[in-house]
Design a protein around this ligand. Structure first.
Ligand code: PLP
Length: 397
C-alpha cells in the first residue's frame, strides 16, 4: 500500500496558498462567463461605470483611475511613462524583489533611480527618507516610490509614516505606492494618506484572474503627467482621458469588468473593514503556527520586526543548510497545496504562505497542517504544535 497519492490525478481541491494570484470565488468565475457584448453598448457601460466606481470606493479615492489590460508590471510601466521625463531622479528604497524590479524598470526608461539599500528583513525606515529629502535642497528628487507590502519578504510598511516623513522634509516629491499585494487585504486609504499614484492589480485581494491592472492618481500626479515627456502611446493617460471609458486606448476587455463588479459586491457585502479584519485574523493564526515551529532552532519569520509582519503573506525562513524547495515540493506533489517560493536572491532560503483573498479558517488550517507535515517529511528542524496554536487562537477570537 502506498502512503501517498501516486503521480497522476490528485483528488480533492488544490489548496492555492501562493501570495498571488489567489483563489477566485465561484460567483466571480460565473460572473465572467459570458458572451461578447459591445464595449460601447449601454449594458456594458453601466457595468463598467459601476465596477470602476466600486474600485474607487475600495481605494478611498475620488480621483482618476486608469485601467490596463496587463498584470502589475504593466501598471508599473504605465505609471513611470506617464509621470516622468528622461533623466528624472526618483528615490526607491531597495527592500525586496519587487522594489528592485520596479527600480530596474524605471532605469530602463532612462530615469536616475536612487535605490538606497535596506535590511530586507524589515524594510526602509521613514527617518532615512526625511533625511535624504531634507538634503535635496534643489528638489531634484521627483518622487518617492514605495512597495506597501513586499510580497517577496512578507514585510508591510506603515504608509502614513512614509507620508509624514516626506512632509517633515517639506519636500514636494510625489508619493508613488505599489499596493499590489496589500489592496483588498489590509488597510489602505489613498486620499487620507496623501498618496499621489497607486499601482494595483486584479489577482490578489480583488480575487480576480491576473490581467487587469490600474493606477489611481491624485490631482497633483495628473498635473505632473501634463509635464512628463517620456515616450508612451498605448498607456498614455491623456489619450485615455479622451475616451468614453477614460482608460484603454484599444479594445476594452469585457469579462474582467463583470468579474470586478462581482468582487466589489462581495467585498462590500462583507464590509471592507471586516475583510481587513479577516485577513488579520488568518494572518495571526499563521504567525502563531510559525512561532511554535521556530522552536528546536527551526524555521522562523523572515521579517524580524513583529509590527511589520504582513497580513497578506508570511515568509518562512529556513534554518541554515535546508532548502525551502524541498518543503514546497512535498506540499505540492503529495498534498496538493501550492506555496510560494523564495524569489531571487532568496531562492531556497524561504517559502511563503499566502493568506489573502477568498480565504477562511479551514483553508488556512488545512494549509498550515500540510506545512507542518511537509516540514516533518523534509526533516526540517521545527517544533510540533503549530497547527494547534493556530486552532487555539482562532477558536478564542
Ligand atoms: N508588485 C508586487 C508587490 C507584487 O507582489 C507583484 C507580483 O506578485 C508585482 C508587483 C508584479 O505584478 P505582476 O506579477 O502582476 O506583473
Amino acid at each position: 500500500m502506498t502512503t501517498h497519492t501516486p503521480a497522476g490525478r490528485k483528488p480533492g481541491r488544490l489548496f492555492f496558498a501562493n501570495p498571488g494570484p489567489t483563489n477566485i470565488p465561484d460567483s466571480v468565475l460565473r460572473a465572467m462567463d459570458r458572451a461578447t457584448v459591445d464595449f460601447m453598448g449601454s449594458d456594458f457601460l453601466a457595468v463598467y461605470d459601476d465596477a470602476v466606481a466600486g474600485l474607487k470606493r475600495l481605494l478611498f479615492t475620488e480621483g482618476e483611475v486608469f485601467l490596463y489590460t496587463a498584470s502589475g508590471h504593466g501598471a508599473w510601466e504605465a505609471t513611470i511613462q506617464n509621470l516622468f521625463s528622461p533623466g528624472d531622479h526618483i528615490l526607491m528604497p531597495d527592500a525586496g524583489y519587487f522594489s528592485r524590479t520596479w527600480g530596474a524598470l524605471a532605469r530602463g526608461y532612462g530615469l536616475t533611480v536612487e535605490m538606497p539599500g535596506t535590511d530586507w528583513r524589515r524594510g526602509p525606515d521613514a527617518a532615512s527618507i526625511t533625511e535624504r529629502l531634507s538634503a535635496d535642497k534643489s528638489h531634484t528628487i521627483k518622487a518617492v516610490c514605495i512597495v506597501h507590502n513586499e510580497t517577496s519578504t512578507g514585510v508591510a510598511l506603515n504608509l502614513p509614516d512614509i507620508r509624514a516623513a516626506i512632509d517633515a522634509a517639506g519636500h514636494p516629491a510625489l508619493l508613488l505606492v505599489d499596493t499590489i499585494s496589500s489592496f483588498g487585504s489590509f488597510e489602505f486609504r489613498m486620499a487620507d494618506w496623501g498618496i499621489d499614484a497607486v499601482v494595483g492589480g486584479s489577482q490578489k485581494g480583488l480575487m480576480l484572474p491576473a490581467g487587469l491592472a490600474f493606477t489611481a492618481v491624485s490631482a497633483k500626479a495628473l498635473d505632473a503627467h501634463r509635464h512628463a515627456t517620456l515616450a508612451r502611446f498605448y498607456f498614455d493617460w491623456t489619450k485615455m482621458l479622451a475616451r468614453r471609458h477614460r482608460s484603454f486606448v484599444g479594445t476594452v476587455p469585457i469579462a474582467p469588468f463583470y468579474g470586478l463588479l462581482e468582487s466589489v459586491r462581495l467585498i462590500e457585502a462583507e464590509g471592507i473593514e471586516q475583510v481587513w479584519h479577516r485577513h488579520h485574523r488568518l494572518a495571526e493564526a499563521t504567525r502563531r503556527a510559525v512561532s511554535i515551529w521556530s522552536g528546536n532552532q527551526g524555521v522562523g519569520f523572515f521579517c524580524t520586526d513583529p509590527k511589520r509582519r504582513s497580513d497578506s503573506v508570511t515568509a518562512v525562513k529556513m534554518p541554515e543548510g535546508h532548502d525551502a524547495e524541498a518543503v514546497r515540493a512535498i506540499a505540492y506533489d503529495r498534498f496538493n497545496v501550492s506555496l510560494g517560493g523564495g524569489l531571487e536572491p532568496l531562492g531556497g532560503q524561504l517559502f511563503r504562505i499566502g493568506h489573502m483573498g477568498d480565504l477562511n479558517e479551514p483553508m488556512i488550517l488545512g494549509t498550515l497542517g500540510v506545512v507542518e507535515m511537509s516540514l516533518r517529511l523534509a526533516h526540517v528542524p521545527h517544533a510540533n504544535g503549530g497547527v494547534n496554536a493556530a486552532i487555539d487562537y482562532l477558536s478564542a477570537t
